[in-house]
Ligand binder design. Structure first.
Ligand SMILES: [Zn+2]
Ligand SMILES: [Zn+2]
Length: 265
């Protein structure tokens, strides 16, 4: 199998999984397979060598280019290390200057090239909630979620293009190519919308769950649940406060770890 075939197979597998497995739990077999694809060498290489430079050139000037202060860098590194990301794959933390009308994106986002934090919004929240939030963003970095989403769009375009190429062998379609460009655009849009929505639900749920457990601290999870989950819409896959409370109770029982903000129970 050459590299192109491998890449195409990966795309087809991820797209299929995205469509059928969007609601899957991240510890299910489909969820684990998905995580394995996201963490694979091919996807990581794509993120670092292709997607990150493009993001840096096109999106970064819009989101924010200023490197965040030492406190954020330290928190970002700690979070990425806690999730097992190797040194060579770590990303910087930058200040997000762009304000979206979507409440959730006001806190922080992880793109292919950096973790962007909204300094103004974060200063309205307690520091222990920052820790869990940074772990959430680190989980997106770990599983290359931003690049996986970009690949879904490329894949949607690819599937539609392949279908259209086949259809073009038909003389009637060839003659009325303009007429078929509308369904082409509609199919691409629908496919990428479906893939992105389903994948985002899965990725946010996985990031929230991974972050809460990685804190090893019931208080950090409680703080995240109380202060951050109000920004999150559950239909986007985020854990509800009820669910973060359940994880906090679970951690409370076996808490032996002392985080920067709380002493062990
Ligand atoms: Zn997220
Ligand atoms: Zn804590």
């Amino acid at each position: 199998m050459n590299y192109l075939t491998k890449a195409l197979c990966t795309l087809i597998i991820t797209s299929t999984l995205t469509i059928i497995g969007g609601e899957q739990d991240y510890m299910s077999t489909a969820g684990k397979l998905w995580s394995a694809i996201g963490q694979s060498k091919a996807i990581t290489l794509f993120r670092k060598n292709v997607h990150a430079p493009i993001t840096k050139a096109l999106l970064s000037p819009y989101l924010g280019t200023k490197k965040a202060n030492k406190e954020y860098q330290k928190l970002g590194r700690q979070a990425q290390f806690a999730l097992g990301i190797p040194e060579k794959d770590l990303v910087d933390v930058r200040y997000k200057t762009f304000r979206s009308f979507l409440p959730r994106t006001e806190t922080a986002i992880a793109t292919a090239d950096a973790i962007y934090v909204d300094d103004y919004v974060l200063h309205q929240l307690p520091k222990d909630a920052w820790r869990t939030l940074m772990l959430h963003e680190a989980a997106h970095v770990k599983y290359n979620d931003d690049s996986m989403q970009a690949l879904h769009n490329i894949c949607a375009f690819g599937i539609t293009a392949a279908l259209l190429t086949r259809m073009h062998k038909n003389a009637f379609i060839k003659k009325h190519a303009r007429l078929f460009s509308y369904p082409f655009a509609a199919t691409t849009f629908t496919l990428s919308y479906l893939m992105n929505t389903k994948f985002k639900q899965f990725a946010e749920r996985r990031a929230d769950t991974a972050a809460c457990y990685a804190t090893q601290c019931a208080n950090c999870v409680n703080s995240y649940g109380h202060h951050i989950s109000k920004y999150n819409k559950n239909d986007m896959g985020y854990l509800t406060q009820h669910e973060t409370d359940a994880i906090a109770r679970e951690l409370e029982k076996k808490q032996t770890y002392s985080c920067t903000y709380h002493k062990p129970l």
